[in-house]
Design a protein around this ligand. Sequence first.
Ligand code: ZN
Length: 448
Amino acid sequence: MPLPSSLTRQSSMANPYRILALGMFVAFGAAIGGEFFSAAAPAEVPPPPPTLLAAAHANPAEVAFTDTLRRGETITQLLARAELADTDARSLLDELRQHHDPRRLKPGSVLSYRKGFSSGELRALEMRLDADRTLNARREGTAWDVRVEEVPVRTDTVVLSGVVESSLYRALASAEGDNDVPTGERERVVDLLADRIFAWQIDFSRDLRAGDEFRVLYERQVRPDGTARTSRVLAVQMEINGRTHEAYHFHSPDGTEDYYMRDGGSLKRAFLRAPLEFRRISSAFSKSRFHPILGKNRPHNGVDYAAAAGTPVRAVGDGVIGRAGWGGGYGNVVEIRHQRGYTSRYAHLRGFANGIRPGVRVRQGDLIGYVGATGLATGPHLHYEFHANGRPVDPNSIKYLTGEPIPSRHRGPFTRTLGLQLSFLDEWVDSLRLAQPGAGLASTAAIE
Ligand SMILES: [Zn+2]
């Protein structure tokens, strides 16, 4: 397969941007977001430069204005500033209301309009309704032709790849692939990987090591200004501590969508790897087991997560609250009894979530309390323990599945989707090798 000249694939949406066809127009001091050009009477309009005037003689000229909806102002007041004839304003507003509730326009909305140079008659009007839609109105004799047009988007499919050095956020922020993807969007990809796609497999705050590699196949619908209207992770491959983790997105013919392993198995497990969202966990936390209050090393049967006081704590799995109250050195503590003799324990909580008390049933991901520093704790953190029949165990060792695999009737479409995703990722790896003969992914994509 020939290599793509660029690793960004683009395809046009079937919704080309309609451009308002206008005759010759002369633009004056249009200010967006700054000073308003308050509906000038023709007499106040400075004379156009001579070159434009010459052209204006050839066609009936129009004058373009820009104004901004002010805080507390209605569209009627804005149109009044444009000095529309009352009948014009009324028929235009009636028409606009068919397409958009004018009360939903936000202060700062920019209105552009064009008037006949000599007649002063409003000919066309354009207003951005939101990031994705523009309202266009054109005079058709005495009536108005109003339409709402979608801002054009293109679909980019890109690969973000790199090697973890210090943090995954940092690695992804500087990942190779597409430099057009803004940092904020890259951070959302990390959140998605940690708290959604691999929430059952990887504790991103503890499992990642320098040298771990990742490749993310990522699709975004991009507006002309470079921001994404929608985006989604299509596939992820991560090498963590020598182990491969993979997730592939599948939109089933039934309309449901989810991530699966290469063999079509579900990624969902009975227990989440971490009781806190990854982005809430502070990175700097001593791994020492020296207990600062007791002043000696004590057996530490749990995992400590540093996080701001008040950070939501979630149930790692379905179960029944066994304990929610004061637990001495544990401070405020919640215990959940899960099936098959498993128990999870959450300590030093500042407080409990509403309705959390013994006997109450909770689902995986439910809010149970908030990070605090109650009991024997020097600072806000969550002490988390996981037990099997009363003995501490590594939650990672528990494998039992809870999600459904791809049903057999969807195997065909899944296999085709998977094939596309894999070929895209393989092309990416090939192109890196080609760029630096002899070099593998790790060396070419290394960061810092
Ligand atoms: Zn602890």
